[in-house]
Design a binder for this molecule. Structure first.
Ligand SMILES: [Zn+2]
Length: 174
């Protein structure tokens, strides 16, 4: 496997139907930093994806209208509708545990946090609250899920959607 990865914190392994996934190599506590994301570079017209080198759109993230290529292992977080982790965007991008994660469990994130118009596809994440689809946008999530994710939104997402989020918080009473 070309994308083999293992350190004291995480390892990349086969993940059911999803291809590869990132798995905990040790116990993580709720709120604990799992990893700082390895961002390789920004993708631009001048420096496009090199598909011949195995770089693919699904290895990218789309913060604040930009396209950035994630390295290994961070390009392999799969989606869950009730994920064990989330991405904290600050000066760096960090993967944080949402709840205790035992060694061997897959570390997933919800692709709709900080997303306002992505691709949707069928979801079989196995979560009790699986939505059946990854969905297109944070703003199409059920209100109770939006409420849960509001504290996790990135500063750039808050800026870009200030009015919609103000309206949403108003509707939710805070
Ligand atoms: Zn799901």
């Amino acid at each position: 496997m070309d994308d083999e990865y293992e350190d004291n914190d995480v390892q990349v392994l086969a993940s059911g139907s999803e291809g590869l996934g990132v798995f905990a190599a040790r116990q993580f506590n709720e709120g604990e930093l799992i990893r700082s994301v390895n961002v390789l570079r920004e993708i631009t017209d001048a420096e496009p994806l090199r598909t011949e080198a195995g770089e693919r759109p699904e290895h990218c993230a789309y913060p604040d209208g930009r396209v950035v290529l994630y390295g290994i292992p961070d390009r392999y977080y799969n989606h869950s509708c009730d994920p064990r982790a989330w991405e904290r965007h600050d000066d760096a991008t960090e993967i944080i545990a949402r709840r205790p994660i035992p060694p061997g469990d897959e570390i997933q994130v919800d692709y709709l946090i900080n997303n306002s118009g992505g691709d949707s596809r069928a979801c079989n994440c196995g979560a009790a609250r699986c939505r059946g689809t990854t969905g297109y946008s944070f703003f199409t999530l059920p209100p109770e899920i939006q409420h849960e994710y509001l504290p996790l939104l990135a500063p750039w997402f808050e800026r870009r959607h200030a009015q919609e989020l103000a309206d949403l918080r108003c509707r939710q009473g805070g």
